[in-house]
Design a protein around this ligand. Structure first.
Ligand code: 1GP
Length: 230
C-alpha cells in the first residue's frame, strides 16, 4: 500500500483526507488503544513526528500505534534521528520557506544512511512555514523566519519553486498550536497555482476550520494539538 499514489488519486477525485499528528515526546504507549479509539472517524492517516524527540521514542510510538490500527503511519520528522523503518512512509521534508542550509539539504544528507536500504516510501515534500501569530517550534529549531500571511505572492512562488524542484507535495504549515491557521486566501491561491497535492496544518482546532481549509483547496488537513489531550 503506497501513500503517495493514493493521495494523488484522492486529490484528483477531490476526496478530503485527515491526518492526526502524534508527537512521540508526548505519547504514552500504554494509552495507544484508548487514543486510537478516540480518533475522529474520518481520520485517514497518522503522522508521527515532533521538533525534538528523544532517541528511539519515535520507534516505540509507531509500534504502539501500529498494534492498534491499520491506518497508514507517515513520519513527519523534525530531524533525521526520528526516521524509523517501522512506519509506512516518510515525508522527506525540505524547509523551503527558510534559508538555513541545514534544513534545506543538511538533514536530508544525514538521513541517507538510514534510507539507503529502507522500505519506507519516501515522499519529497516542500515544507513552507507561514506566520501563525506566534513563534513556533519549527521556527525556533530551524532558526528560520516564517513567511507573513500577507505575502501571498511569495508564498505561491515558494510553493511553485518546490513543485519545479520536483517535490511531490506542498505542506503549508502555520506551526503547531498556531494562534491562527493558514488563511483560506493563501490555501486557494497556492492550490490554483500547483498541480501536486496540498497539505495544510497548524492551529486547525475544529470542524469549522477544517472545512474552511478543505473548501479553500487543502487535500489533506493535519491536526495535532486538539487531539493531544484526548
Ligand atoms: C504541526 O501542522 C501540524 O506541525 C499540526 O498543528 O498541532 O496546531 O494542530 P496543530
Amino acid at each position: 500500500r503506497k501513500f503517495y499514489p493514493e493521495m494523488l488519486l484522492a486529490a484528483e477525485n477531490e476526496e478530503k483526507l485527515l491526518a492526526i499528528l502524534i508527537d512521540p515526546d508526548k505519547f504514552i504507549e500504554a494509552e495507544a488503544a484508548v487514543y486510537i479509539q478516540k480518533l475522529p472517524e474520518e481520520t485517514t492517516h497518522i503522522f508521527v513526528g515532533g521538533s525534538t524527540v528523544e532517541k528511539s521514542k519515535t520507534e516505540k510510538t509507531v509500534k504502539a500505534i501500529k498494534a492498534e490500527t491499520d491506518l497508514p503511519i507517515i513520519l513527519f520528522p523534525g530531524d533525521y534521528s526520528q526516521i524509523t523503518e517501522t512506519a509506512d512512509a516518510l515525508l522527506f521534508l525540505s524547509l523551503i520557506s527558510g534559508r538555513n542550509p541545514e534544513y534545506l539539504i543538511g538533514q536530508q544528507v544525514k538521513a541517507v544512511e538510514k534510507l539507503k536500504n529502507s522500505n519506507l516510501e519516501i515522499i519529497p515534500t516542500a515544507y513552507i512555514l507561514i506566520d501563525g501569530g506566534k513563534e513556533c517550534a519549527v521556527q525556533r529549531v530551524s532558526g528560520t523566519k516564517p513567511i507573513s500571511q500577507t505575502a501571498i505572492n511569495t508564498i505561491v512562488n515558494t510553493a511553485l519553486a518546490g513543485q519545479f524542484s520536483g517535490k511531490k507535495l506542498i505542506y503549508l504549515e502555520a506551526g503547531s498550536g498556531a494562534e491562527f491557521p493558514v488563511s483560506k486566501e493563501i490555501i486557494s491561491e497556492v492550490k490554483k497555482a500547483i498541480d501536486i497535492p496540498l497539505i495544510v496544518g497548524g492551529g486547525i482546532r475544529g470542524l469549522e476550520q477544517q472545512k474552511k481549509a478543505y473548501n479553500a483547496g487543502a487535500d489533506l488537513v493535519v491536526m495535532g494539538n486538539v487531539f493531544e489531550d484526548l
